[in-house]
Design a protein around this ligand. Structure first.
Ligand code: ARG
Length: 584
């Protein structure tokens, strides 16, 4: 149990002694103290409960402080109108450090009831650019998957790529006319994107081209052999090209069940929707309408126009008989329930698709699909001008270009300061730091907030950045290189006396409190913020507490602090998808 959990348990026991009703105990909580001068943890229980027992908060706090049995781990104090403050004894922290040394999970408990969770993330579209929006989805999704697994859940990652959209009409049209085989061989993603863009701009100028593209799409959908062959080649090449990017980014998927994997299920899905009267015909299309049972304000199938509520149906079969993104997603939910036996599915997708997911989830609920569905949305990446990030030409920047820029920036920033002399090793390091910098910049922001993509800032060694954390790790490890003779790092005789030692121990112990709450609201930024705070605690410890020059028990304790800081930094960064170098 974490210290926080123990304190909560003891406080509840104390409440019972003071005559608090069982029903009121659920709200009794302990939090990490906002201000360390008053202690490590605090509770406002007395203020919350006082009215119910007709006491004033201060005297209830006094009674609770008396009743709560924590003396072997902490001291209790009362402050202000009735806050309870808990100060953890240094010996308790020392004991916990000993446990951390033995614990592969570094204090993070595995969940008692693991869930099977499908995480749907990244999901770029074939022949369209993998852009900054996919960057956010990719890094957030990967971090959530890593954290979920570390907590003991059964996580299935699925790259639901867009491999069956209207873009294929255009790509096939251009493929037949202007394919450059040699550049397709060299960089398939770029060549496919070029074809798509070329057809797209021709369509904008010329309606007859538009019609020809539409015909190509219809032919593909009706199974035309030549078009199917081209489509297959596009998908295969795109997947290979994407795989190269993912390898570089250090992530992988359990499945790549793209949109096309569900094609065969679509007619059955629509049939089922019609039969269960969730969907009906409207203007030649088949649509799901509101069931009119709820408040229109929260009804995803209603929209307000000029003060009136109107229907906003979900189209599942278009007038021309074609199925769409929504139909595919309904079929995907079925698959995840029936074949994957998932308890939940998390969709890490741009906030602009919020309405689509609200409708999708409502349809799943109305069909009685027993699965918990969550849209994990995120905001926009901005340029330095505060507007959505664009290239000079005005396009959305490609993920691969952003990564290349970051690696370049990492190289420049390390120029003249890196201890690594070997040219090849420096290259590898710049690649690692550049990519880590982008990931950390992403994951250190609250996912729903917009942030500015600032290359110099993210590769700087002195900010709230990946290289700062990686450097902190290298510092921790380097001490062990300077050690002469063997030291056994175990939990025996650890002693914390200096304030900086205590604070570092406090931060190390909190790893076990931070990781489990990340999934409550899908916030990897809590972990990012924690790691920065840990690194700062380490640096201030390191500045005022000599390690190698100190004696006996103090030296051993300090070495244990260095060792654990290195382990927690490495593990914490790994949960964010970031690895650490041994030298920098
Ligand atoms: N391919 C889509 C896009 O790029 C994202 C797909 C998200 N997943 C899903 N099941 N709809 O916008």
């Amino acid at each position: 149990m974490t210290l926080l959990e123990i304190l909560e348990e003891r406080l509840r026991a104390g409440c019972r002694v003071c005559g608090i009703a069982e029903d009121d105990l659920a709200g009794v909580g302990v939090t990490q103290a906002a201000d360390l001068r008053f202690g490590d943890y605090q509770s406002n229980a007395a203020m919350v409960l006082a009215k119910g027992v007709q006491q004033n908060p201060r005297s209830l706090a006094e009674a609770l402080a008396e009743a709560v049995e924590v003396s072997e781990i902490a001291e209790v104090e009362i402050a202000g109108p009735g806050f309870l403050n808990f100060r953890i004894n240094p010996a308790t922290y020392a004991g916990r450090l000993g446990h951390l040394l033995e614990d592969e999970q570094l204090g993070v408990a595995r969940v008692a009831d693991p869930l099977r969770i499908v995480i749907d993330f990244s999901a770029p579209n074939v022949a369209k650019p993998m852009h900054v929006g996919h960057l956010r989805s990719t890094f957030i999704g990967d971090a959530l998957a890593r954290i979920g697994r570390f907590l003991g859940h059964d996580v299935i990652t699925d790259n639901h790529i867009g491999d069956w959209g209207t873009q294929f009409g255009m790509v096939i049209w251009a493929w037949k006319r202007e394919l450059d085989r040699s550049s397709l061989g060299k960089n398939p993603l770029n060549e496919l994107l070029r074809l798509y863009r070329s057809a797209n701009s021709r369509c904008a100028e010329d309606d007859s081209v538009k019609e020809e593209c539409r015909q190509e799409l219809v032919a593909l959908q009706q199974g035309d052999e030549e078009n199917l062959g081209i489509w297959k080649e596009c998908v295969t090449l795109s997947r290979e090209g994407l795989q190269v990017i993912y390898d570089r980014l250090g992530l992988s998927f359990d499945h790549w069940l793209g949109e096309s994997s569900y094609n065969e299920r679509l007619p059955g899905v629509v049939e089922d929707l019609l039969q269960s009267e969730l969907a009906r015909e409207s203007d030649g299309a088949i649509c799901v309408f509101s069931d009119n049972t709820g408040d229109p304000v929260t009804d995803p199938f209603k929209i307000q126009k000029d003060g009136e509520w109107e229907d906003k149906p979900m189209i599942v079969r278009k007038r021309d008989g074609g199925f769409n993104y929504a139909t595919t997603d309904i079929a995907t939910v079925d698959y995840r329930v029936e074949e994957m036996k998932a308890d939940c599915a998390w969709y890490v997708v741009d906030h602009r698709q919020g309405d689509h997911f609200k409708q999708l989830f409502a349809v799943a609920a109305r069909r009685g699909r027993g699965i918990e569905l969550k849209h994990i949305s995120f905001g926009t990446i901005l340029g330095k001008d505060g507007k959505p990030l664009k290239t000079r030409a005005g396009d959305l920047p490609l993920l691969s270009d952003l990564i290349a820029d970051a690696i370049e920036a990492a190289k420049e920033s390390s120029e003249g300061r890196s201890r690594v002399e070997d040219e090849k090793e420096r290259e590898v390091l710049a690649e690692l730091i550049g990519i880590s910098a982008v990931k950390f910049m992403e994951l250190s922001h609250h996912r729903t907030s917009d942030y500015i993509f600032d290359l110099d800032k993210m590769v700087s060694m002195e900010g709230d950045t990946a290289p700062y954390l990686q450097y902190s790790y290298v510092r921790c490890r380097s001490i062990f290189g300077k050690l002469d003779g063997e030291v056994v790092l175990d939990g025996a005789d650890l002693e914390l006396s200096d304030e900086k030692e205590i604070h570092l121990a406090r931060m190390l112990v909190r790893f076990g409190e931070v990781v489990p709450v990340i999934l409550d609201d899908f916030r990897p930024n809590l972990l990012a913020g924690y790691l920065l705070e840990l690194a700062r605690a380490y640096h201030s410890f390191f500045q005022s507490c000599p390690v190698l020059r100190s004696e006996e028990a103090i030296r051993k304790t300090r070495l244990v602090l260095c060792e654990l800081t290195a382990r927690v930094l490495r593990q914490g960064l790994e949960l964010l998808g970031i690895s650490v170098p041994e030298r920098m």
